[in-house]
Design a protein around this ligand. Structure first.
Ligand code: PRP
Ligand code: URA
Length: 209
């Protein structure tokens, strides 16, 4: 069964408050999404494997740790997932970046796919799918199914805010995918928006309506 990790570090919760605030403009919103993603990245990458190597410090030889094992790939769900990419790349500059373009039909709330470009070796990578919002779960479920159809075997999902319904839907559809989130909010409204949430993440990031 999926592990659900709520990352309640004080710095992340503090930034989330400003992210939610309706008076926060696009520039600050983008900065906050990037900063939160970087901080959350520590937890998402906690199980990366290490191996010992021998190095020489100015004081002499020693054995020290270096990353090994599966390479990383990050996959933002367009558009809003783009805002999370730079924060993760600050931690792991060598990660490859794939893109999955989905938008939610405003009437049916069903995800509609319009773009996909992935690293060729997705099956060998630990993938981290990024999207600030997990509302009905439709977009995340579709993106992850898409990645699995292309051969992905190891996937984690990272979002900033989720609804309880979205968490349940994603866990049920993809029980092998662990979910990392800064807050599980109260509910969805009649338009499938998260309450209290932060509104439309894509519009707030890019200044659209
Ligand atoms: C938002 C958000 C998620 C999706 C979540 O994207 O970024 O991708 O909705 O809703 P769901 O869990 O009910 O699928 P949106 O479709 O608004 O597209 P955008 O990122 O281009 O604004
Ligand atoms: N998409 C968003 O950007 N926000 C929500 O609350 C739900 C879906």
């Amino acid at each position: 069964m999926s592990k659900v990790v709520v990352i309640d570090h004080p710095l992340i919760q503090h930034k989330l408050t400003f992210l939610r605030d309706v008076t926060t403009g696009s520039k600050d919103f983008r900065d906050l999404v990037r900063e939160m993603s970087m901080l959350m990245g520590y937890e998402v990458t906690r199980d990366l494997q290490l191996r010992d190597i021998e190095i020489e410090t100015p004081m002499g030889k020693t054995v020290s740790k270096t990353l090994t094992g599966r390479k990383l790939g990050i996959v933002p769900i367009l558009r809003a997932g783009l805002g999370m990419v730079d924060g993760i790349l600050q931690l792991i500059p060598a990660a490859k970046v794939g893109h999955v373009g989905l938008y939610r039909d405003p009437v049916t709330f069903e995800p509609v796919e319009y773009y996909c470009k992935l690293p060729t070796d997705v099956g060998e990578r630990q993938l981290i799918v990024l999207d600030p919002m997990l509302a009905t779960g439709g977009s995340a479920k579709a993106a992850i199914k898409f990645l699995k159809d292309k051969g992905a075997l190891n996937i984690k999902f990272m979002c900033l805010i989720a609804s309880p319904e979205g968490i349940e839907a994603l866990k049920t559809a993809h029980p092998d995918v662990d979910i990392y989130v800064a807050s599980i909010d109260e509910k969805l409204d009649d338009h499938a928006y998260i309450v209290p949430g932060l509104g439309d993440a894509g519009d707030r990031l890019f200044g659209t309506k």
